[in-house]
Design a protein. Structure first.
Length: 284
């Protein structure tokens, strides 16, 4: 059996270990969340360059704080470049990034489906590249990002990449890039599954006789509160579930349905497998 790498969880930095320039290529929702997070960590705004052809009012407002938005790039050289554009336009964007690089630059990509080989093929020889997969809770600083580095990333560059990614939440490091497809299926796409759970729970409550608005309020609060309890608790999810379940009670009756042989586990396995396959297809 092939040995799989164990994710390495990094600790939050006591302070941002970086005093150089960072270039953000793409300041949409995820890029904007990173930018906000960097400023919150105390990065000097004057050291941040954001390249975004269509900046929102929120991004433009960062200029008043000293962030350089779409400046003349001729004189810019950065120790870190974060690529946060849509993967569909990667081929036309990445070659232009080479002009902003020095031998010490680390390139961090959060583009879904774009492999390290794809990135390295369009960058200077032996470029230090980190591929990362964040998720949408990054918008509120509660995201989870999984990252993998190529062999040319030094310890210092990895520390820098970790600090940049940690601005929006926790970071897990893996050694095997092949795991990124499953990562995408579980955590990258995972928020959609949770939102669907809230939708489904609300619809079921409505069919059981609750007013639609009340059913949705109950579903939203239950999913959000349970997620926060899971986040704060040191015990396994299974133990938390068991703590809610009294033998012969209402929760047990519902779980008999959800945990049946063709229940939630089987559906989730099929869903994750489908998302993993699609991630591989998109990566080519």
């Amino acid at each position: 059996m092939e040995k799989r790498s164990t994710p390495e969880r990094s600790s939050p930095p006591a302070s941002f270990p970086y005093a150089g320039n960072v270039v953000l290529v793409g300041a949409g929702k995820m890029g904007g969340a990173l930018l906000q997070g960097w400023l919150g960590l105390g990065v000097d705004p004057a050291r941040i360059v954001a390249i975004e052809p269509q900046p929102t009012a929120t991004i433009e407002a960062f200029a008043a704080r000293g962030v350089r938005i779409n400046p003349d790039l001729a004189s810019i050289c950065s120790d870190a470049i974060v690529i946060a554009v849509k993967p569909q336009i990667a081929a036309e964007i990445i070659p232009n990034i080479a002009a902003l690089m020095s031998p010490s630059t680390v390139v961090v990509s959060i583009m879904a489906g774009r492999t390290i080989a794809f990135l390295a093929g369009a960058l200077p020889h032996n470029a230090a590249v980190v591929r990362a997969m964040p998720n949408t809770p990054a918008a509120i600083g509660r995201g989870i990002t999984v990252a993998v580095a190529n062999p040319f990333v030094s310890s210092a560059q990895r520390q820098l990449a970790d600090a940049l990614l940690r601005a929006t939440g926790a970071v897990e490091w893996i050694d095997d890039e092949a795991m990124m497809d499953a990562v995408t299926a579980v955590s990258g796409s995972g928020p959609a599954y949770v939102f669907l759970l809230a939708e489904s729970l609300a619809r079921a409550g409505e069919k059981a006789g609750l007013p639609a608005e009340l059913a949705m309020r109950l579903a939203r609060a239950t999913v959000a509160g349970s997620g926060e309890l899971l986040q704060r608790s040191s015990v396994d999810a299974a133990v938390l579930r068991q703590n809610v379940t009294s033998p012969g009670g209402t929760t047990a009756a519902a779980l008999d349905v959800l945990m049946a042989p063709a229940g939630l586990d089987v559906l989730m396995e099929r869903a994750i497998a489908a998302a993993t396959r699609r991630s591989r297809e998109l990566a080519g």
